[in-house]
Design a binder for this molecule. Structure first.
Ligand code: HEC
Ligand code: HEC
Ligand code: HEC
Ligand code: HEC
Ligand code: HEC
Ligand code: HEC
Ligand code: HEC
Length: 418
């Protein structure tokens, strides 16, 4: 074969190969290996990787789309016009305290808090709204970055009054509170602290906002990778089976954020605990409260529920007896009533109040037995000048028979029966 034809044939063969490769690539823009090993969003301290709920969508479509509507998913986010609920239009954009006045300003895509000291001439540089905390059921707080350090803004938003308020627990002069793991651990899926649990310096690329699937199900990179390589597999791998866990371990999933502050860190840091482990080995509440009336309704549904007869006298009740963790079920009274009736129907213990009375309330069991009570731990001053204090009302999880004494202690009225 003359050298020239050989060279032409070789080039043609190579060109064809490149063309084939190009066609394949255009048809499958996502290279297979990229699909099989999804992008890692963050790495837990135990080395497992988080990949985010978008990767779950293709196989768990319904759970994925329901979850987007939950308070959990929306409890934190990068700040933007849609996420920030507070008002930036004058005159509603002001928080006027005794020694300081804050003015909220909106510029194109950025949002700022300006500080004006009343007893000093100097001014601070404006702080930007960078992170939103709270889905907005009751209110929102906002965080700001200074380099890689995270701080809380003093201005918070109070939904019922639709106005700016001093952040709970803040004085009436200006301060800046560093935001450590202990504060954000219940409002984000994961955050990597540069000094683990100590300071407020974070790896900004390793924060997963919102309470996403992997906070309750553990980091899922291996599961996603395996299932994608074996799309026909009916059995799953590398995913903890929650229904095979003990009652306590199932409760611990929710208790990590719904059982009080748990400020006494015994092991690891606020993000080390993962579902399937024993939560009490990681953290506990500092004061062990003696009786259930001393538990605050804010953030301790676990403590209240476990003090209720329904819980104590059954072997299986846990949070998922009444809640579907993937759905937003707020206000769905008839759904919750059915949950009560599953154990309190005709042949078991029924309500001893006259049927006509419960019927006149649409069988709303929770209005009388799990009423909304005032939280004593979060007080908000709506107006610093006449110092009106307003508290949040939160649905108690102490299921019991409420008496006149309970209602007067709470400063509210018993639900009305016609
Ligand atoms: C390529 C498909 C696929 C992807 C992607 C996927 N899963 Fe799965 N997953 C499955 C299959 C198949 C099962 C077993 C059958 C079932 O329960 O639906 C399963 C089961 C589960 C279970 C139940 C536990 C068990 O072993 O039965 C959980 C929890 C779970 N997946 C969570 C997730 C999360 C969280 C993500 C995203 C981070 C995810 N999955 C992504 C296919 C997938
Ligand atoms: C131990 C877990 C935990 C910690 C720590 C925690 N929160 Fe919360 N937070 C909750 C829970 C649970 C709720 C929902 C209301 C309830 O049950 O009391 C909530 C509600 C909120 C809300 C209202 C959300 C809404 O949509 O109405 C805001 C705002 C908020 N928290 C901000 C903060 C800030 C700021 C910090 C840090 C200083 C913080 N939280 C620390 C668990 C926590
Ligand atoms: C707040 C915690 C929490 C979050 C967030 C969460 N799950 Fe779950 N998930 C649970 C619990 C608890 C169970 C067990 C339910 C039971 O046994 O009744 C469960 C069960 C499951 C199951 C198996 C049983 C079923 O219902 O089919 C799958 C699959 C699943 N979750 C996927 C997901 C995916 C995907 C996401 C995110 C889009 C997600 N979960 C978010 C707590 C959570
Ligand atoms: C990582 C912390 C965390 C975990 C784990 C967690 N929650 Fe929550 N939960 C929160 C926070 C924070 C809120 C308040 C969200 C908001 O409104 O901004 C909340 C709100 C709720 C609400 C009120 C929803 C609404 O629409 O107002 C319910 C119900 C709830 N959680 C149940 C559960 C159950 C059940 C589990 C366990 C399967 C669980 N949570 C696990 C932190 C958590
Ligand atoms: C016996 C049924 C039942 C059980 C068990 C139960 N809950 Fe609830 N929970 C309810 C009802 C009913 C509501 C009120 C729903 C609404 O606002 O429409 C509620 C509301 C909540 C809220 C929102 C409170 C508020 O006022 O914003 C949180 C948070 C919550 N539950 C967490 C939990 C956790 C965590 C567990 C397990 C420790 C749990 N629940 C177990 C029935 C139950
Ligand atoms: C898993 C089963 C179960 C569920 C679900 C359940 N309970 Fe109960 N409940 C019990 C048991 C068992 C007792 C204790 C036996 C008794 O009082 O007769 C009890 C006791 C009670 C009592 C009497 C408490 C006391 O201190 O005397 C009330 C009131 C009550 N339940 C209301 C409710 C309401 C309201 C719901 C729904 C939000 C509910 N229960 C859901 C099993 C359950
Ligand atoms: C109008 C308020 C109201 C409503 C609505 C209501 N209850 Fe009751 N319930 C009471 C009162 C008050 C008692 C105590 C009566 C007594 O001891 O004489 C009681 C007692 C009970 C008991 C204890 C019975 C016993 O003798 O030990 C149970 C269980 C119970 N209720 C369940 C329910 C369930 C389930 C529903 C929803 C179908 C419900 N209740 C609706 C007010 C109410």
């Amino acid at each position: 074969m003359p050298k020239k034809t050989y060279l032409i044939k070789c080039t043609a063969f190579l060109a064809a190969l490149v063309l084939l490769g190009l066609i394949y690539y255009c048809k499958n823009p996502k290279v297979a290996s990229e699909y099989h090993s999804p992008k890692v969003l963050a790495t837990h301290y135990n080395g497992e990787n988080y990949v985010g709920s978008e990767t779950c969508m293709e196989c768990h479509a319904n759970i994925y789309s329901d979850h987007l509507k939950t308070a959990h998913y929306n409890t934190s986010a990068v700040a933007n016009e849609k996420k920030i609920l507070g008002n930036f239009e004058p005159p509603a954009n002001v928080l006027d305290l005794e020694y300081v006045k804050f003015t909220m300003e909106h510029q194109v895509d950025s949002f700022f808090q300006h500080t004006e000291y009343k007893n000093r001439l100097n001014t601070n540089r404006p702080s930007s709204f960078d992170v939103v905390i709270g889905s907005g059921v009751r209110g929102q707080s906002y965080l700001t970055w200074q380099g890689d350090k995270l701080f809380q803004l003093q201005s918070s938003y109070h939904k019922p009054a639709d106005s700016w308020v001093n952040s709970p627990g803040y004085p009436t002069y200006a301060i800046e509170r560093p935001v450590r793991d202990g504060c954000i651990r219940c409002h984000v899926t994961f955050a990597k602290n540069k000094n683990i649990g100590e300071g407020n310096q974070y790896d900004k690329d390793q924060i997963i906002y919102g309470i996403d699937c992997e906070r309750c199900h553990r980091p899922a990179a291996k599961h996603v990778s395996y299932q994608r390589k074996k799309p026909k597999a009916e059995q799953s791998k590398f995913m903890l089976k929650i229904d095979s866990l003990s009652r306590q371990k199932r409760l611990d999933i929710c208790a990590q954020c719904h059982s009080g502050a748990r400020n006494n860190q015994l092991k690891g840091n606020p993000f080390s605990f993962l579902t399937g482990e024993n939560l009490d080995e990681y953290s506990q509440n500092i004061s062990i409260v003696g009786s259930s009336d001393q538990l605050d309704v804010h953030g301790n549904q676990y403590g209240l529920l476990t003090n209720s007869e329904c819980f104590k006298q059954t072997a299986t009740m846990d949070c998922t007896t009444c809640h579907d963790p993937h759905k937003n079920q707020k206000g769905n009274t008839s759904y919750f009533n059915q949950k009560c009736m599953a154990c309190h129907s005709a042949d078991k213990t029924t309500c001893s109040v006259e049927t006509f009375q419960t019927k006149s309330m649409d069988d709303n069991c929770i209005a009388c037995h799990m009423p909304e009570m005032r939280s004593k731990s979060i007080m908000i001053k709506l107006n610093q000048k006449d110092s009106i204090e307003s508290s949040f009302k939160i649905r108690t999880h102490l299921i019991k028979i409420y008496t006149e004494k309970d209602w007067s202690n709470d400063g509210s009225n018993a639900p009305e029966v016609q």
